[in-house]
Design a binder for this molecule. Structure first.
Ligand code: ASN
Ligand code: ZN
Ligand code: CA
Length: 333
């Protein structure tokens, strides 16, 4: 049966009212993104297995902006997946997670009071819980892009999810979670170097993670040290997140989109940022052409320097900034 590509309206929980790409089949609309590899968004309706049901209905309006309407989080997830698709396509020239133009799918309303979201290689899909009290679905832009980026990492570098490579895997998801949020340019969920600031995961409105100073979460590390491979990958990601912030924005105090950051270096030396547009190209090139499953922090330094040399030359200000940013988190000199 023929399906027409349509533009519907999503009334999301976190990102206001947005356009969603959908399909129409007869008199029924579906949350199937006909412009992005037919990425579909399903409602698990608090179940924990299978796909549940594809979001569908008689009109092309999805949700009402509150989590109690189960379409609302579906709209967030569909929007986040579309943004992440567009970001990789338009900024990095990659069509879909595998680069083959094929969409993944999303499942929302996983379980009851489930405070997590995750990517799975086996289903080629991402899944979102509704958070504490089912009141804070984990469907913000940065979380969606974080999870989808785990799919990208699996299909490129394949960074093992333990030890230092695991921290680099997690940081890659935080880095592109943040850059997708900036790319979205959404006035309700503005770009920042914070992860999960929308989803109230701590119950007090604070973000899950901070890229300018990762230790602000109480557990993540700001700089590399010899034992970092034995802590949780969501904490050993800290130095690489910090590297990316320093490379993009530089050390010191800076306010962006109303958030004030304060980033210092382990060697006390200043870093001059090269801007996010260049930093994200360096990390993507390193991830997709230099890193392997066993890349550690020292290897990430080597890989990003090689990528930077190819993009900007080894005599460039960009190359020096990459050296200084790694030195600022105690990797190399
Ligand atoms: N939300 C978590 C993450 O993407 C799930 C996990 O621990 N893998 O990192
Ligand atoms: Zn992750
Ligand atoms: Ca964020």
């Amino acid at each position: 049966e023929w399906e027409a590509i349509e533009t519907g309206t999503g009334n999301t929980v976190y990102s206001g009212t947005v356009d969603l790409t959908t399909t129409q089949s007869g008199s029924t609309y579906n949350l199937t993104d006909g412009a992005r590899g037919n990425h579909k968004t399903y409602n698990l309706n608090r179940g924990t297995s299978g796909t549940g049901t594809l979001f569908s209905g008689p009109d092309d309006v999805w949700g009402n902006g509150t989590p109690s309407n189960l379409e609302s989080a579906g709209a967030d997830a569909h929007y986040g997946a579309a943004l992440t698709w567009d970001y990789y396509k338009n900024v990095h020239g990659r069509s879909g997670i595998r680069g083959d133009g094929v969409g993944a799918y999303s499942r929302v309303h996983y379980g009851n009071n489930y405070v997590n979201a995750f990517w799975s290689d086996s289903c080629f899909c991402m899944t979102y819980g509704d958070g504490s009290g089912n009141a804070n679905p984990l469907t913000s832009i940065d979380v969606a892009a974080h999870e989808m980026t785990h799919g990208l990492t699996s299909n490129t570098a394949g960074l093992n999810y333990s030890g230092e490579s695991g921290g680099l895997n997690e940081a890659t998801s935080d880095i592109f979670g943040s850059t997708v949020e900036f790319y979205a340019n959404n006035s309700s969920d503005v770009g920042d170097y914070l992860i999960g600031e929308e989803i109230n995961i701590n119950g007090d409105g604070t973000p899950l993670r901070y890229m300018d100073k990762p230790s602000k979460d109480g557990s993540s590390k700001d700089s590399w040290y010899s034992g970092i491979g034995s802590i949780d990958v969501h904490y050993s990601s800290g130095p690489a997140n910090h590297f990316f912030y320093l490379l993009s924005e530089g050390s010191g105090t800076k306010t962006i989109n109303g958030v004030t950051y304060n980033s210092s270096t382990s060697d006390g030396l200043p870093v001059t940022g090269i801007g996010r547009d260049k930093a994200e190209k360096i990390w993507f090139r390193a991830l997709t052409t230099k890193f392997t499953s066993t890349t550690n922090y020292a290897g990430a330094r080597t890989g990003t320097l090689a990528a930077t040399g190819e993009l900007y030359g080894t005599d460039s200000a960009e190359y020096k900034a990459v050296q200084h940013a790694w030195a600022g988190i105690n990797v190399g000199t």
